[in-house]
Design a protein around this ligand. Sequence first.
Ligand code: ZN
Length: 219
Amino acid sequence: MRDAPYPDPTAALPGSILRDDVVPAGGYWSRRLPRGDGLRIVDLEGRQAVDFLAYDANAPKANRYNVGNTVKFAGTIYLTAGHQLFDDAARPMMTILADTCGRHDTLAGCCSAEANLRRYGKQATPNCKSNFIKGLGEHGLSPRDLVMNVNFFMNVPVRMDGTTAIDEGWSRPGDRIDLRAEMDLICLISNCPQADNPCCGYNPTPIRIIHWHGSVDTA
Ligand SMILES: [Zn+2]
């Protein structure tokens, strides 16, 4: 992490802050998020991919973040403010309240040791799948509970001919996404350690995660 001060990402948060963490490059984070509470994820240095998963805290094995439902109801693969994350039961899990970046990925899932070996020929690389499995374990869940995730600040454009790529992110230092829990949740975050493709600008960097409680207008 750099020594230079970051802009204060709590300045526009009138709710009370329950937790405020900096997650180092390649680190992970997990926490219960009660219904109505908010989560602010700040890309401190820009161009960092943040892999994210949510589970219904009352039925985490049954109701998980569901990418198909999320894309169907959003009507787009590119989520932004006003869209919601949906679960397996087609219920809204979270609402995106604010988004200063404007490009997030719903298609590529998380990096894994297996995929890194296949793509880059490297053994035992740090990866988001392992981070998610550690986070699941903190909530009594197993690797079998891992589902397809959403990637905040990651840029996976889809071209007219259907081809895709992992491209450099759009986020600038201090860009943020604010989400409100629409049910009691378990949230997992892997601050992607990927250094072999442009998803983190070939240079993974820290993020800040703020859990707030209270009625706020973050628009
Ligand atoms: Zn990753």
